[in-house]
Design a protein around this ligand. Structure first.
Ligand code: PXG
Length: 467
C-alpha cells in the first residue's frame, strides 16, 4: 500500500487533501483554494508544519492535549496493549483489565459518590448516552413523562444528532433537522455580550432563573435534566458571573431534576481542579468526559455516573453501547495519561503556578485598545474584542469578521489562538512553562497590534448601531 509520507511537498499534500478529504466545520471549496496547513510533528506545546514552522499551540489541539505532545510513555502503553489484547468488547457480560482499571481510577479521581463509568468513543457519544440515560432513569422510576432536557443556547455538547440537539449552536441546528424533540434551550450567562445595563451579579441570577421559569412553563413533572458545561468552551470561553452556578444548583435541588455537567473541556485539570464542577462548586449527577481523559492520544469518552443514578440504571437492561465502549487500547492510554497528570502534579501546577502566572499576563492584555474583556480560569481564557470598551459594543461588520482577521494574524505569527465570533480564546496544554507563556502573550499582543492596524486601514473599527 502506498504511504503518504511527510516527504511530499506541501502543495502536493494540499492538493491530495483538497481532492479527497472532507473537513469538519469547514467550507470545503474555500479551503481547497487556500490549502490546509499540514501539521507533521509535535512536542510539548509546539507544532511543526510541513513548511518547517514551529507553532505554539495555545489550543492544545482541540482543547485536549493536556499533557502536551510527544509523550512516548503513551505510545508505549498503546503498543503494549495492542500486543496483549488489541480489542475486545464490554458487551454481553465480558470485560477486560484496561476498562476495569480505568473505571476504578476515574471513580477514585471523581468527587465522592461517583463510582461508575459508562464508556464511549467521544464526547458526542457520551452525551448521547447521557440523554438516553437520564430518560431511562426517570422511566425506570415510573416517571416516563419526565423526558425533557434543558440546555443553553451557544452550548456545545457534540456533533451527533443527539448531542448536537443538546447543544445550542444555531448554525448546527440549521442543518440536518436538529434539534430532536423534547430539548429546550435557555439563554447563556454571557454578561459581556448580553448583559446590557445589568451588573454581572444581577445578570447571572437572571440567567439562572430562566431555568426555573422554563421548568415551571414545561411542567416540573416533565423535566428530566439540565445539561451545561461548567464553563462554556466552544461557545467562546464564557465564564459565568459568580452568582450563576449557586442559583442553578438551588433550582436543580428544588425541582429534583438531574444535573449533567459536561466536563469534556473542563475536566482533567483545565480549570485548576480535576473537574470544572469542583471549580464552580456544583454537585452534578453525571459528568461527561473525553478530550483530556486521554490527552487526545486515543479517542475515548465516557459518563461518570453518581451512585443514585447508577443504581437505577443498573436495575434495568440499558439497551445502549458502542463497539468501542471501553476500548482496551484507549483505556490503557488514558490510564497512562492520568498517571502522568498525577505523578507530575500537573493539575496542582495549573492551580498554583502556571494558572496564576498566565492569568496575570493574560488579564493585562485588557489594556490593549482592541480588548474589552480578558478573563481566564485555570488555563482556559478569552479576549472579547470591541471597537468601544466603555459600551462593550459589537463591531459593525458581521460577527466573526474581526475575530477571523485576528486569528489570521496569530497564524502568521506562529500562534494557534482560535476565534469564536469576535472573541479570541486560548486553552494551551497544561504543561506549558512560564517561558512559553511569555512567548504566547508576546505573540498574542503582536497579533492584536497587527489586527488593529488592519482594522484601521480597512475602516473596520466601527461600532454596530443597535437596530
Ligand atoms: N462536550 C463539550 C463541552 C465539548 O467541548 C464535546 C462535548 C464533543 O466531544 P467530541 O469528542 O465528540 O468532539 C465537545 C467537543 C471547537 C471544538 O472548535 C470544540 C469541540 C470539538 C470540536 C471543535 O471549539 N468540543
Amino acid at each position: 500500500m502506498a504511504m503518504i509520507s511527510n516527504q511530499l511537498p506541501t502543495d502536493e499534500l494540499q492538493a491530495l487533501d483538497a481532492a479527497h478529504h472532507m473537513h469538519p466545520f469547514t467550507h470545503g471549496g474555500e479551503l481547497a483554494q487556500k490549502g490546509a496547513r499540514v501539521i507533521t510533528r509535535a512536542d510539548g506545546v509546539w507544532l511543526n508544519d510541513s513548511d518547517g514552522n514551529r507553532i505554539l499551540d495555545a489550543m492544545a489541539g482541540l482543547w485536549c492535549v493536556n499533557i502536551g505532545y510527544g509523550r512516548s510513555e503513551l505510545a508505549q502503553a498503546a503498543a503494549r496493549q495492542m500486543e496483549e489484547l488489541p480489542y475486545y468488547n464490554t458487551f454481553f457480560q465480558t470485560t477486560h483489565v484496561p476498562a476495569i482499571a480505568l473505571s476504578q481510577k476515574l471513580a477514585e479521581l471523581a468527587p465522592d459518590g461517583f463510582n461508575q463509568v459508562f464508556f464511549a468513543g467521544s464526547g458526542s457519544e457520551a452525551n448521547d448516552t447521557n440523554l438516553r440515560m437520564v430518560r431511562t432513569y426517570w422511566a425506570a422510576k415510573g416517571q416516563p413523562e419526565r423526558n425533557v432536557v434543558i440546555s443553553r443556547w451557544n452550548a456545545y455538547h457534540g456533533s451527533s444528532v443527539g448531542s448536537g440537539s443538546l447543544g445550542g449552536m444555531k448554525g448546527m441546528h440549521m442543518q440536518g433537522g436538529l434539534p430532536i424533540p423534547d430539548i429546550h434551550h435557555i439563554d447563556q450567562p454571557d454578561w459581556w455580550s448580553e448583559g446590557g445595563d445589568m451588573t454581572p451579579e444581577a445578570f447571572g441570577l437572571e440567567r439562572a432563573r430562566q431555568l426555573e421559569t422554563a421548568i415551571k412553563e414545561l411542567g416540573p413533572e416533565r423535566v428530566a435534566a439540565f445539561i451545561a458545561e461548567p464553563i462554556q468552551g466552544a461557545g467562546g470561553v464564557i465564564i459565568p458571573p459568580d452568582s450563576y452556578w449557586p442559583e442553578v444548583q438551588r433550582i436543580v435541588d428544588k425541582y429534583g431534576i438531574l444535573l449533567i455537567a459536561d466536563e469534556v473541556i473542563c475536566g482533567f485539570g483545565r480549570t485548576g481542579n480535576w473537574f470544572g464542577s469542583q471549580t464552580v462548586n456544583i454537585r452534578p449527577h453525571i459528568m461527561t468526559v473525553a478530550k483530556g481523559l486521554s490527552s487526545g492520544y486515543q479517542p475515548i469518552g465516557g459518563s461518570i455516573v453518581c451512585d443514585e443514578v447508577a443504581e437505577v440504571i443498573n436495575s434495568v437492561e440499558f439497551n445502549h453501547g458502542y463497539t468501542y465502549s471501553g476500548h482496551p487500547v484507549a483505556c490503557a492510554v488514558a490510564l497512562e495519561n492520568l498517571r502522568i497528570l498525577e505523578d507530575e502534579q500537573i493539575v496542582q501546577r495549573v492551580a498554583t503556578e502556571t494558572g496564576p502566572y498566565l492569568k496575570e499576563k493574560f488579564e493585562a492584555l485588557a489594556d490593549h485598545p482592541l480588548v474589552g474583556e480578558a478573563r481566564i480560569v485555570g488555563l482556559m481564557g478569552s479576549l472579547a474584542l470591541t471597537p468601544d470598551k466603555k459600551t462593550r459594543a459589537a463591531f459593525e461588520a458581521d460577527a466573526g469578521t474581526v475575530g477571523f482577521i485576528c486569528r489570521e494574524r496569530c497564524f502568521a505569527n506562529n500562534l494557534v489562538m482560535r476565534h469564536v465570533g469576535d472573541r479570541m480564546i486560548i486553552s494551551p496544554p497544561l504543561v506549558i512553562s512560564k517561558d512559553e507563556i511569555d512567548i504566547l502573550i508576546e505573540r498574542a499582543r503582536k497579533s492584536l497590534d497587527e489586527c488593529l492596524e488592519r482594522l484601521k486601514a480597512d475602516g473596520l473599527m466601527k461600532t454596530r448601531v443597535a437596530s
